[in-house]
Design a protein around this ligand. Structure first.
Ligand SMILES: Cc1cc2nc3c(=O)[nH]c(=O)nc-3n(C[C@H](O)[C@H](O)[C@H](O)COP(=O)(O)O)c2cc1C
Length: 189
């Protein structure tokens, strides 16, 4: 059911070592993205798959994880085993804010698709697009927008009801990650 899938699809920041995301899975996720709504149906988004240990090792240090926590995430040896870098192709359309909605739509669609298949991941906005483009030798017309770090989840994430507007995520001593969400009655206007 969609409700269960949406609740299950949490930001995962620790992954099982040596458990790759098969190329067919990454392609299936891009196939999902391809079917998403797109502003004016221009479809300027392109996807760079990163799934070799060598390229993952190049990309990982360019990403910043869980800035609100003082622990190092992902833990050493628990990094994503694949990434999808969502990019904008300026040969198709110039960059405009409207296309960022496309990025959001495909991002959540890919995350749900990954979760449905037993994988998990984290959306990474904290990365320098220029550094990512250089590291992956992307041509000048391909601009990285968001990075999805993917793998087999190796941690527990629990949704909670935010109290008194406190929405900062936190971890307990066992490393279980809690994500407070604002209650329904607080988000309705
Ligand atoms: C646009 C966007 C950018 C994000 N960038 C990062 C990031 O750079 N690093 C990170 O660890 N998490 C990042 N996240 C994940 C959020 O921190 C996460 O969605 C939030 O804590 C709520 O947790 P949940 O996804 O389990 O609901 C990002 C999420 C979104 C939607």
């Amino acid at each position: 059911m969609l409700n269960a899938l949406v609740r299950q699809s949490r930001s995962i920041r620790s992954f099982k070592a040596g458990e790759p995301v098969p190329r067919e899975t990454l392609l299936a996720l891009c196939e999902l993205a391809r079917s998403c709504p797109a502003a004016m149906n221009r479809q300027p988004l392109k996807y760079r798959l990163v799934d070799t240990p060598e390229e993952c090792a190049i990309l990982q240090p360019l990403t910043r994880w869980a800035g609100s926590l003082s622990v190092k995430l992902p833990p050493e040896g628990r990094e994503p085993t694949a990434f999808i870098v969502i990019c904008h192709d300026t040969d198709i359309a110039e960059e405009k804010p409207i296309f960022l909605y496309d990025v959001g739509i495909v991002t959540q669609t890919i995350m749900l698709g990954a979760s449905e298949r037993g994988f998990g991941g984290c959306i990474i906005g904290s990365a320098n697009p220029q550094a990512v483009a250089e590291a992956l030798a992307l041509p000048a017309n391909i601009i990285p927008k968001l990075i999805l770090g993917l793998g087999v989840p190796d941690e527990t994430v629990i949704l909670t009801e935010a109290e008194d507007g406190k929405v900062i995520y936190y971890r307990d001593e066992e490393g279980t990650h809690y994500v407070p969400k604002r209650p329904l009655n607080e988000i309705l206007l």
